[in-house]
Design a protein. Structure first.
Length: 362
């Protein structure tokens, strides 16, 4: 999948596009808002029946648990959203929301009542694009109720809450358009995060909604809004607004990761003990080598080494999937446990080999 270069905004910082979702589409991370706007509530579908949530009731219940996050750091400035998940002030959001200040900077949080306070970074996970920040409060904070993303059905009504374009306390309504999507989005160090089992929704979400809540009709958290699709305009520029295709990290993945970040500051994934570099199609065609993942180094005594893989090999298949991108390995790591086995097909000196790698604890 081709990555387009970042576009800059003097008001917002960065917006990253991923080209190639479809012939006409792209994905845009929706953290980088455009301005810190007036506190506004936009309630759509309030009181409607016939397959939609009572968004007015959901807003009244959930908005006190939703915050607007403002970020300033060496990596730029942005705004996004988050939800309070513990009474003592832990807030779940996206990694790309806070990444401008990941190496130093300032984080602040605005509650739905307009009160602002400083926040600190607790931990982040670039592989799944999730992060946790914390605020200090003398009083117990309202906490969003946890739902069950595994019980969602296509067509089920949902509500999205957050701060699109810096407009705090915004509420929109829609449905679950699809389930189980695997969505790569740009992350740190020119690598992609993988939204595993993502919830697709047509609830309107825009830049600044990132990290905000997707909830069911009972106001329970089912997903973390993370990315939207965009389409090119007539002048070749891409739209940055909602086109009715958004993606949320399911609650069943996000909450356990959040608790790992709270406890350890990071998430430990099983490792194969190998450093891989993708071989681009143009390089493959020019030099007459196979497309795949070039093995740059192997940890001596690690899982890949024990399975017979050596530097210079080219991995062409992982668990039956073409190894065209490091995303394939990231997906395996995010969805696996130490001890799980991965079937590997690789090339060495023009000959095909097969082996099994047993993932290990990091």
């Amino acid at each position: 999948m081709t990555l387009e270069p970042p576009s800059e905004s003097t008001k917002s910082g960065r917006v990253w596009l991923i080209a190639g979702l479809s012939a006409a589409g792209a994905l845009i991370l929706i953290a980088s808002g455009f301005f810190a706007g007036t506190v506004t509530t936009l309630v759509l579908g309030a009181g409607r029946s016939g397959g939609s949530c009572n968004a007015e009731r959901v807003a009244d219940q959930v908005l006190p648990t939703i915050v607007t996050i403002t970020v300033h750091g060496p990596g730029g400035s942005s705004n996004g959203s988050g939800e309070i998940i513990t009474r003592d002030g832990y807030i779940l959001t996206n990694n790309h929301v806070i990444s401008p200040a990941a190496t130093g900077g300032a984080l602040s949080v605005r509650y739905s009542d307009g009160v602002e306070t400083e926040a600190e970074l607790v931990g982040r996970d670039p592989k799944t694009d999730l992060a946790v920040i914390k605020v200090s409060s003398e009083d117990a904070l309202p906490v969003i109720d946890r739902g069950d993303s595994g019980s969602l059905s296509v067509g089920e009504p949902v509500v999205a809450l957050g701060a699109p374009l810096g407009l705090s306390s915004t509420v929109t309504a829609g449905i679950v358009s699809a389930l189980g999507r695997t969505v790569p989005v740009p992350s740190d160090d020119d690598r992609n995060a993988i939204l595993v089992g993502a919830i697709q929704t047509d609830a309107s979400i825009n830049p600044g909604n990132s990290g905000g809540a997707l909830v069911d009709c009972r106001g329970r958290l089912v997903g973390i809004n993370t990315a939207i699709a965009t389409v090119p305009g007539g002048d070749g520029q891409r739209s940055t607004g909602s086109v009715g295709i958004g993606f949320a990290v399911p609650e069943s993945l996000a909450i356990p990761i959040a608790h790992q970040l709270i406890e350890h500051g990071e998430v430990a994934y099983p490792t194969a003990g190998v450093d891989l570099i993708p071989i681009p199609h143009a390089v493959s065609a020019h030099y007459g080598v196979a497309e795949g993942l070039f093995v740059r180094s192997v940890e001596r005594g690690g899982p890949a080494y024990s399975a017979g893989i050596r530097p210079g090999d080219v991995i062409i298949e992982l668990d039956g999937r073409t190894a065209s991108s490091v995303d394939v390995l990231t997906h395996i790591q995010v969805t696996s446990e130490p001890g799980d086995k991965v079937e590997v097909e690789y090339l060495r000196n023009g000959h095909t080999h097969h082996t099994t790698v047993t993932l290990a604890a990091p």
